[in-house]
Write a protein that binds this ligand. Sequence first.
Ligand code: ATP
Ligand code: MG
Ligand code: FE
Length: 352
Amino acid sequence: PLVLGIESSCDETGVGIVRGRELLANEVASSMDEHAIFGGVVPEIAARAHADAIVPTIAAALETAGVTLDELDAIAVTQGPGLAGALMVGTAAAKALHVATGIPLYAVNHLVGHVAADVLRDDVGQLELPAVALLVSGGHTSLLHVRDLVDDVELLGETIDDAAGEAFDKVARLLRLPYPGGPEIDKAAAGGDPRAIRFPRGLTKPKDLEKHRYDFSFSGLKTAVARWVEAREDAGEPVPVADVAASFREAVADVLTAKAVAACTELGVPRLVLGGGVAANARVRELAEERCAAAGIELRIPPLRLCTDNGAMIAAVGAMLFAAGKPPARLDFAADSTLPVATPRGVQVGSA
Ligand code: ATP
Ligand code: MG
Ligand code: FE
């Protein structure tokens, strides 16, 4: 099926068009630069930017794909989770398109979309299931068990405080590096010693693992880095930015990859899919490769334009829902900033 997908959960206005698993267009307008002086995404600014960008981005995607609206079999849109005001712009646009054209509309879970991004790759063999997915971005840090992208996605664990990308952005800020912090810390860390400082690994003590086996926590790590840097500054000593960046990055990469690989091993799942902007991190990729290879797990990291927020991944889920004969969303479905990844087994958010 030919499907147009709209994504507006955070600071990217994304519109993608797919034909089944074939990627025809993936247009993204980002308001990232407008948030830079605030050191993080400002919800009102993001929502306003979506409102400005949504129509031109839809037009650009149709143009790139060389298709017209009336050729579409379905429209798909991110229902949640994400920023409420931002989600409302995308869902309103999708509903307007649906009402104007009569083309069926599907409501898609953003996290399921991140996993589905992998099926749009043409550089490697097709994604086989089951898979474990580690989704790490500025807004989420989630570990999923994916048995079927339409019907069977289970949340294994998630961050109990900050998202991993958020931790990168906050630590970058206290090291006086620009926003977004992830790429800056990656760069600074390249010249540092990852063993210079032993920063804490959240939720890895035996006692924590009982309740939070696949959950993450990064606020303690961020505080530890802040204390360490302050102590240096108070003593009038220079802050070894490269060593702090490398040691912090090591702590994040260590805990992310350890838990993801443990989930694969413990659930008997032979492959791991990464998604989200933090999948760009050099050390996360390196450690994931090392640990997956050692455990005999296939590691799949889609190209970055499919890892970060985009409309094509939402279109890909829409195509699957359509092909599976799922009922479209009702016109009165609402954007849901805390939409759970899946309701009990067998029921998917696409049939909202
Ligand atoms: P969402 O959470 O809805 O997916 P987002 O805009 O927060 O949206 P992305 O656009 O996927 O997420 O990713 C942005 C985040 O990824 C930022 O927090 C950024 O610092 C982080 N990031 C980008 N590159 C790197 C990197 N090389 N290392 C670590 N973090 C990175
Ligand atoms: Mg973003
Ligand atoms: Fe995302």
